[in-house]
Design a protein around this ligand. Structure first.
Ligand SMILES: NC(=O)c1ccc[n+]([C@@H]2O[C@H](COP(=O)([O-])OP(=O)(O)OC[C@H]3O[C@@H](n4cnc5c(N)ncnc54)[C@H](OP(=O)(O)O)[C@@H]3O)[C@@H](O)[C@H]2O)c1
Ligand SMILES: *[C@@H]1O[C@H](CO)[C@@H](O)[C@H](O)[C@H]1NC(C)=O
Ligand SMILES: *[C@@H]1O[C@H](CO)[C@@H](O)[C@H](O)[C@H]1NC(C)=O
Ligand SMILES: *[C@@H]1O[C@H](CO)[C@@H](O)[C@H](O)[C@H]1NC(C)=O
Length: 325
């Protein structure tokens, strides 16, 4: 199957963004769960190894490692709905990173690249559930259009690369990811890690926990380790250029209130929980369909939400000093 590089056992996988939330989960699955097969090499890059916004550096790191396979996670992320002033940076930085990575992968004859989109890049005005066919069906929410269009262009790049060079460059679309090694910043807008950090603070200080908004909006959360296991499956066995949504089912969507209650339970918080309805709720829901994933992997078992959340809370408490926050 991978003739250009000899046998399967010579698979050499380069992971960009290898030090982030998702990258660390893939490291765990590869190194601690036997996710790597014999003879495979895995290389995890962080921004300390290479600035992927720089074309020359990117090409040099790909020439050095000559990967047969690439998992492309690196991105300028965060604070998506918080700030409308950085769309130019989100657009340019991500377009440069993505173009440099995909072009360098082509240059070294990598046979497969799996990049990472996000459900927050879908059209704002849409029907539910969202599925893989809808990515380009209308403008994204105006608050994050720079990030959203840059991510959408990965799909354009992948399709053109298949048409012109026959390469299997594809992408996955996760919903909200959480797990160990997340950024637990309270102000950056990622709801679960922020809630975990806030609850931990309220517990230490003996103050009430204040959740922003009414608690009514509903979200699908995927545990980073489940996502990592699915990434390995996509890397080995998924052969479409079309992206695939990686998410728990529609029935596993939880309200922010349910998520907050689960955090409270996981951390054993005994204080009062308040909902500050003067704060914006954001989109009420963005339900995504995992029907395509289920057609391929009817058997895949997601870690139960409460258990994954408990493990994440335990990790945060145990690693409080060194955690990103
Ligand atoms: N978190 C979510 O809920 C979520 C949901 C859907 C999709 N995604 C997608 O999943 C992917 C991974 O996200 P994550 O949550 O793991 O992000 P993260 O924790 O913020 O990690 C980002 C990674 O990208 C690297 N990076 C950023 N800029 C770089 C540059 N210029 N050159 C080289 N490396 C650079 C970072 O390196 P350093 O550690 O050295 O800074 C880090 O390894 C992203 O593409 C994101 O869009 C995330
Ligand atoms: C965006 O962030 C900048 C710098 O932190 C801040 O000055 C500005 O007020 C923020 N804008 C919005 C719309 O939140
Ligand atoms: C997003 O879509 C909703 C529902 O269709 C609509 O009410 C809202 O005005 C849209 N917002 C933006 C910023 O486009
Ligand atoms: C975590 O996210 C916050 C908010 O986006 C940011 O200010 C901070 O630098 C991040 N921390 C790390 C270690 O990346």
């Amino acid at each position: 199957k991978y003739e250009q590089h000899g046998s399967l056992s010579h698979m050499r996988v380069l992971v960009t963004g290898g030090s982030g939330l998702v990258g660390r989960a893939i490291q765990h699955v590869v190194k601690e769960e036997g996710g790597a097969k014999e003879g495979e090499e895995w290389i995890f890059l962080s921004s300390k190894d290479v600035d992927l916004m720089k074309e020359e550096e990117t090409r040099a790191v790909f020439e050095k490692h000559r990967p047969t396979h690439v998992i492309h996670l690196a991105a300028m992320v965060g604070g998506l709905f918080k700030n409308m002033t950085s769309n130019l940076d989100f657009w340019r930085n991500n377009v440069h990173i993505n173009d440099n990575v995909l072009q360098a992968a082509l240059h070294v004859d990598a046979v497969k690249v799996v990049s990472c989109l996000s459900t927050c890049i879908f059209p704002n005005d849409t029907t539910f559930p969202i599925d893989e066919s809808m990515i380009h069906n209308g403008p994204p929410h105006h608050s994050n259009f720079g990030y959203a269009y840059a991510k959408r262009m990965i799909d354009v790049h992948n399709r053109a690369c298949f048409q012109q060079h026959g390469r299997l460059f594809t992408a996955v679309i996760p919903t909200n990811v959480f797990g160990p090694h997340d950024n637990f910043s309270i102000s950056d807008g990622h709801v679960l890690p922020g809630l975990i950090h806030k609850t931990h603070n309220a517990q230490k200080e003996g103050t009430p926990l204040t959740v922003y908004g009414s608690g009514a909006p509903r979200r699908q959360f995927i545990y980073s380790l489940d996502l990592a296991r699915l990434f390995l499956w996509v890397l080995r066995d998924y052969e479409e250029v079309e992206p695939i949504i990686l998410s728990v089912g529609e029935e596993d969507e939880v309200s922010i209130k349910e998520a907050a209650e689960a955090v409270v339970e996981a951390l054993g918080f005994k204080g009062e929980v308040l909902y500050d309805c003067s704060k914006a709720d954001g989109q009420f829901k963005k339900t995504a369909s995992n029907a395509k994933l289920r057609r391929y992997r009817p058997d895949f078992t997601f870690t139960p939400f409460k258990q994954a959340l408990k493990d994440t809370c335990d990790w945060f408490v145990a690693n409080y000093d060194s955690a990103r926050k």
